[in-house]
Design a protein. Sequence first.
Length: 95
Amino acid sequence: MGVDRINIDDVLSVAVKMEQEGERFYRAAARNITHPAVRQLLVSLAKAEVKHRRQFVKMQDVIRERTDINIGQRLEMAPSVAGYLADDGGSPVFE
């Protein structure tokens, strides 16, 4: 994936990965928390990430099936977005 141009499928793939990492983060945090209310909040946040990931996967499926959407069309990105994707800061999202 280039960092100055990106396509729709790339965007959704990054979104799916971010949701997966968010779920892992919240579940790991919940395992280390002893306060029941905080643990429940973290588990709820993890479940929300699962729902978000499913929504992004559905979006990918829809655009891949449609013939009127060119998912390979490269879109210009704002420099700040390109910089974020290029410099992942060690985030597991981009491994």
